[in-house]
Design a protein around this ligand. Sequence first.
Ligand code: ADP
Ligand code: MG
Length: 416
Amino acid sequence: MIGSPKSPRLISEETRTIKFFLVLFYIFFFAYDIFNFYILPIYTKRGVSGLSDKGFGFWYHIAILGLLSVSLYFIKKGNPYIVKYIFLYSYTAIETINSLFIYLGSDKPFASGNIVELLFVFFSPIFVNKKYFWTAAICMIGKYVIIGVILQESNVLLPIITLFILSVIAYFLLTRFTSYIHSLTTVHLELRQKEKLAVIGQMAAGIGHEIRNPLSSLKGFTQLQRERYPNTNEFYPIMIQEIDRINLIVNDLMYLGRPKEVKFAKANIEEIIAYTLSITHQQAERAGVMIETILAGPLPPLDCDTHQLKQVFINLIKNAIESMPDGGRITIKVKVVDGKKMYITIEDEGCGIDEESIPNLGEPFYTTKTEGTGLGLMVTNQIINDHHGEITITSKREIGTIICVTLPITQQLRKE
Ligand code: ADP
Ligand code: MG
């Protein structure tokens, strides 16, 4: 997510980082070599100063300098992400080959390398990219391991240990960066989701309110017409049913915008389910769906908002029916566990839900149906949350879905 090359903002961020890296790289690279090959020999009286006559000589430095034009080309092209890898791979390759040319077959003790290698590893967290960190650490340490093995040199141990320690520190810094950025993004996403819901809620409540009044007069007049012209009766039930459907959608929308005030009272779950079935049985019959209710023994009264729980079960049973357009069976089971919790499961033999889609289910407007609103499960989730309950969904494609609602039987403890 962080390394995604898509957003222009991220590209400009990466460009700034890579430019900073390039400046540091060239300063360190040349300063170190000038110091090492021209200044240090004067003071240590190592005799001749300058570059070794073996290896690539000056061409080595010219090749590294040449990388700058390649980098600028990629930055201009809008792909700064690749530049750090170009530097890493090219430097490692050139430096390894150069070292082997200089030291292979010579009895001089190995004393090659450049301070920029530490920069590659220690500064890798600035790119906030784990893949780059691992590549840098492996390239740099790997280079000394290869040289050490080929030249049979123990002088490589010191850089290997130094690089290893720096890698551990850099890894720690990088994980802090990523974890911090991850938290920031999550908080931001949550905030956005909340804001989205608040806006949807306000809009929905406003529109819902405006629609409700004309809708109830429409329903009233339709009923009146039906009584007045009993001969043309066939369309009226459909009209009334459709008006009821709009009403349900409006109710769902209004629930999102209303301040949630749950009115708890003792209620009988059997009655709530019976009511729900009376509302949905027509739809079930049309789809050829059988609904069976299994109640485990006498059930205690449940602390709940009856009106809202009815809405929950209407939503869940409707979804179950809609998942079986060619008919099937729905089993509703209710049982009490420990005398504290009531489990209500609604099991269908319908189309099921893909595992990847399950996290989307509570999202507003997420629907796979042409006539769906994608609000049912969201409202359901909110109501169950307000009841301090839980809802779990288990589903298998083409086999069916089990929705389990768990509710505390008493809300007393919560109220205190
Ligand atoms: P809607 O019913 O308007 O589509 P919901 O929020 O009720 O909105 O459901 C969202 C989506 O969840 C549905 O479109 C459907 O894909 C999936 N879904 C919910 N319940 C079931 C179920 N019992 N079987 C299969 N899919 C389901
Ligand atoms: Mg639904």
